[in-house]
Design a protein around this ligand. Structure first.
Ligand code: TYM
Length: 361
């Protein structure tokens, strides 16, 4: 048992043979308020692109949502809204397991075990807690502080190997790897056996891993931005999307020819990245088409593309949200399938920790 770590120590280096289990993809989105273009391009669209690569688990993170105050009367509807977005974006419940996190109780139990594996010093370094708690750290919930530990449990409960996320989740994925490694070292396999948990890979790829605010190229597009003009919401109608793109902050220069020249122009870079992600093209290809043109030409083209790509998703989301029973069927079936994978892994983990094994509980 490694108990000599100081809080700032990294997880000890791994000596056992690498994890040898199958590839599994997993990700989640919090059930807190409306989704925006950043969530769509950085996460949702990527889940859909990956779902054929390996068994895929995608959940609605309602346990994470309550780390900040939520209205209990709305949380169920918010959960269905995220599920509707999954389905409307093209996640196929026949191929992907879609479920509410809280319906699989094993998440909370593994999170407790991991609370006893993770070190305070590791959590003290998490920048998202600092951002979210702001000046009122002592008034934040304890859950907000241990949020990344629950995230590690979400991932390792399924022995997921690949986790598609936006760039802002990179640090949480690093923590997940540290927790997996420390658990493997402390409780892991007998000598020579492969590791108990995989060290999951963050999959942060594509031209839109960090979509920025439409009002400020230095700020991330976020649901907590007080200005609705800063983001395109997945439920915005066509006119609203077009108006927001038209009003997006830019500079007076025409679009450049090279990516290098784009680097110093945050707002232009952001809009080109959004265009590229929506069109499934590289940013260089977008520049090749629009270099030398001003935003008077580029913005209407971007607005048209955004409406063309998001319109069908929005319409399908609205259709599904009008039929909660259909969503609930998908979520219930998904929860059952998820539990079938999670329960044996948790049972093995409990045994590793040494919990009483005298009977069935
Ligand atoms: P959430 O709901 O805050 O964000 C959901 C996903 O959207 C991505 N994202 C963005 N991508 C690009 N540009 C943006 N402006 C932008 N804003 C958000 C996030 O990176 C994320 O991928 N902690 C997770 C939820 C979670 C999770 C997990 C994810 C809980 N457990 C286990 C993966 C694995 C989150 O931040 O959700």
């Amino acid at each position: 048992m490694t108990d000599t770590l100081t809080p700032a120590d990294p997880a000890p280096a791994d000596k056992a043979p690498a994890y040898q289990g199958p590839k599994r993809i997993l990700s989640g989105i919090q059930a807190s308020g409306s989704l925006h273009l950043g969530n769509y391009l950085g996460a949702l669209k990527r889940f859909v692109e990956m779902q054929d690569d390996a068994p895929t688990f995608v959940f609605v993170a309602d346990l994470h949502a309550i780390t900040v105050p939520q209205d209990p009367a709305l949380l169920g509807a918010q959960t269905r809204e995220i599920a509707a977005a999954y389905l409307a974006s093209g996640l196929d419940p026949g191929r992907s397991t879609i479920f509410p996190q809280s319906a699989v109780r094993e998440h909370a139990e593994l999170a407790w075990i991991f609370n006893c594996v993770a070190r305070l010093g590791w959590l003290d370094r998490m920048t998202q807690f600092k951002e979210k708690s702001g000046k009122h750290k002592e008034r934040s919930s304890v859950g907000l502080y241990t949020y990344p530990v629950l995230q590690a449990a979400d991932i390792l409960l399924y022995r997921a190997t690949h986790v598609p996320v936006g760039e802002d989740q990179k640090q949480h994925l690093e923590l997940t790897r540290d927790i997996a490694q420390k658990f493997n070292n402390d409780f892991g396999a007998p000598q020579g056996q492969p590791n108990f948990f995989p060290l999951p890979e963050p999959v942060i790829q594509g031209p839109a891993t960090r979509v920025m605010s439409l009002r400020d190229g230095a700020a991330k597009m976020s649901k907590s931005d007080p200005s609705d003009q800063s983001r395109i919401n997945l439920l915005d109608d066509a006119d609203t999307i077009a108006a927001k793109v038209r009003k997006a902050r830019t500079d007076p220069e025409p679009l450049p020819e090279t990516l290098e020249e784009l680097k110093t122009r945050a707002e232009a870079d952001n809009l080109v990245g959004i265009y590229a992600a929506l069109a499934d093209e590289a940013k260089a290809a977008v520049l090749a088409r629009f270099a030398g043109q001003g935003f008077g030409v580029f913005k209407p083209a971007l607005a048209e593309l955004a409406v063309e790509k998001l319109g069908p998703v929005t319409a399908e989301m609205r259709r599904l949200m009008a039929d909660p029973a259909e969503i609930d069927r998908v979520l219930a079936a998904g929860a059952e399938r998820a539990r079938e994978v999670a329960a044996p892994i948790l049972a093995e983990t409990r045994a590793k920790v040494g919990f009483w094994q005298g009977g069935t509980v």
